[in-house]
Design a protein around this ligand. Structure first.
Ligand SMILES: [Zn+2]
Ligand SMILES: [Zn+2]
Length: 153
């Protein structure tokens, strides 16, 4: 994303729009896939010869749940985006794409879960316990109640 420095008025300028997900193409952030455009709501201001850009970035994500390993959709956002560009004197445009990409990557969750109540996988048989108890002895869905549950289905 290019910011045209010459067009920023004295009291600053809001910048709103989208960056295509392709900006992540060269650097796929691990188990994450950016599933759509990165929305930005930024404010650009010139302060004593420097370009100050701050605001919020939001991107839709697809990632793998750390508990049940299912792929799920979520969003990641950075409401504290703040960058300060110096040495812009005589520059017409400042490219902040790299910083947008970096901010999103730094905001990725370390332990993504599809749902706060995700039950994860059975450690014995590997069944996704969100889809029902597995009946393993000693497992979450075992015992008389588990059997009754199975019968009632
Ligand atoms: Zn899950
Ligand atoms: Zn099991």
């Amino acid at each position: 994303m290019l910011i045209n420095v010459a067009r920023i008025p004295e009291d600053g300028m809001p910048l709103e729009g989208e960056e295509p997900p392709e900006i992540f193409e060269l650097e796929e952030p691990g188990d994450f896939r950016v599933a759509g455009p990165v929305c930005y709501e930024l404010f650009a201001q010139l302060v004593s010869g420097r370009l100050l850009v701050r605001g919020t970035l939001t991107a839709p994500l697809e990632t793998r749940c750390a508990r049940c390993t299912q792929i799920f959709s979520t969003t990641v956002s950075d409401s504290g985006f703040l960058r300060d560009y110096s040495g812009i004197h005589g520059t017409e445009e400042v490219d902040i794409t790299e910083d947008i990409r970096e901010a999103i990557i730094l905001s990725l969750p370390h332990f993504p879960v599809c749902d706060e109540g995700c039950k994860g996988l059975c450690v014995q048989c590997g069944k996704n316990l969100n889809k029902g108890p597995c009946g393993c002895p000693g497992g979450a869905g075992s015992g008389a109640w588990g059997t009754l549950d199975n019968l009632s289905l």
